[in-house]
Design a binder for this molecule. Structure first.
Ligand code: ATP
Ligand code: MG
Ligand code: MG
Length: 348
């Protein structure tokens, strides 16, 4: 089929749809609520992710089904597993912070010290195990730093209060990593197992939300290579098909894995103008069984800035800058903390 099914209706799906259209594909969006991807979709199924009959109809209408939102429940997707890329194993591992960290450790990767907790008492034990300062995160579903609580050193932690603060649900306690910076590694892996990895990208967060990404990240060659090697190992171990993003902390001891996203990623938006093949096009190529394109930079340095909330009002000035590439996602309401668009600048 020449139609790609996309679970999720956000801006990632929208940009995937643009890349898909360039290669002659249509997109069919499936989501519980309309969003930026619907504007450019040729079909939209407005249904919950648990609607198995609707999922089967989507798979019948599409050559392949992918996702731009990694918290889609896995169980209902089993009915259409043969059509889903990246596969369900990747989705499953990436949905739970404890699982993804165990998985990466088993491959020899480094993570923060961590311990799982399913109750306030277990959280107290987990905090004692990982040490303070610590960060407690919900095991599932968090993004943009939501569902997290910082636990400072110096006083005995009130585990019951922390448990409540993150919504009284299964959690992970992580020892605080002293990092020099944060970076991500984005790679595409094709159905034939070949990979194309983008240069590592340095990420700056503000209030838990990605603010800017700059490629290439200024890393030691050893750290950059270790991160790239680990990302490829992760992708191989999952028999991954599509674009995979991994967030790392840059430390004196090398890269420390933070989390992965089994999808195109905000820290890869710069690739639209800043790389020979964008992450969106390479994702489409991978899931459609096509050869991957080169992931090399088109300039010496590329920066991407997220336009968050009222930042989008700057669009007029941004368009007046001949070096700026503006992307707006067509969201109607500029709420604080909401990603409205982004702007990319390539230094030749
Ligand atoms: P995203 O929107 O990237 O999916 P998220 O809500 O899943 O974010 P994380 O990426 O795990 O959350 O954490 C958000 C930020 O908090 C990180 O980018 C980093 O700045 C900081 N952070 C998280 N874990 C740790 C840690 N163990 N040590 C130090 N800083 C951390
Ligand atoms: Mg995350
Ligand atoms: Mg993150």
């Amino acid at each position: 089929g020449s139609t790609i099914g996309i679970l999720g209706s956000g801006q990632l799906g929208r940009m995937l749809g643009v890349a898909a259209a360039q290669l002659g594909y249509r997109i069919h969006v499936f989501a519980p609520e309309p969003g930026p991807a619907c504007d450019i979709a040729s079909a939209f199924t407005h249904a919950p992710y648990t609607d198995t009959a609707a999922l089967i109809a989507l798979a019948d209408a599409c050559g392949v089904v992918t996702y731009e939102f990694e918290n889609v429940p896995v169980e209902p997707l089993r009915a259409i597993a043969a059509k889903v890329r990246p596969g369900l194993r990747a989705l499953e591992v990436a949905q739970a912070r404890v699982d993804e960290k165990r998985f990466v450790r088993a491959l020899g990767g480094r993570t923060a010290p961590f311990a799982a907790a399913g109750s306030p008492a277990e959280l107290a034990a987990a905090l004692a195990e990982v040490g303070l300062p610590a960060i407690v995160k919900t095991n599932r579903m968090g993004y943009d730093g939501k569902g997290q609580a910082r636990v400072p050193a110096g006083a005995a932690p009130d585990a019951a209060a922390v448990w409540k603060a993150i919504g009284a649900q299964p959690a992970i306690a992580e020892g605080f990593v002293n990092f020099a910076g944060e970076f991500s590694l984005i790679l595409a892996r094709g159905a034939d197992g070949r990979t194309a990895s983008y240069p590592a990208v340095a990420n700056v967060h503000e209030g838990g939300i990605l603010r800017t990404s700059t490629a290439p990240a200024a890393l030691s060659p050893a750290t950059a290579e270790a991160a790239r090697a680990l990302a490829i190992e992760v992708a191989d171990a999952l028999d991954y098909v599509g674009v995979l993003a991994i967030e790392f902390f840059d430390t004196a001891e090398g890269p420390v894995f933070n989390e992965m996203a089994p999808r195109v990623h905000n820290s890869g938006h710069w690739t639209i103008e800043g790389a020979e093949t964008s992450q969106f096009e390479n994702h489409v190529r991978a899931i459609c069984g096509l050869p991957l394109g080169p992931a090399t930079l088109t300039g010496a340095r590329v920066t991407m800035e997220n336009l968050i909330g009222a930042d989008a009002d700057r669009w007029h000035d941004i368009l007046a800058d001949p070096g700026a590439h503006l992307h707006l996602y067509g969201k109607h309401e500029a709420r604080p903390g909401r990603k409205m668009g982004h702007v990319t600048r390539v230094t030749r």
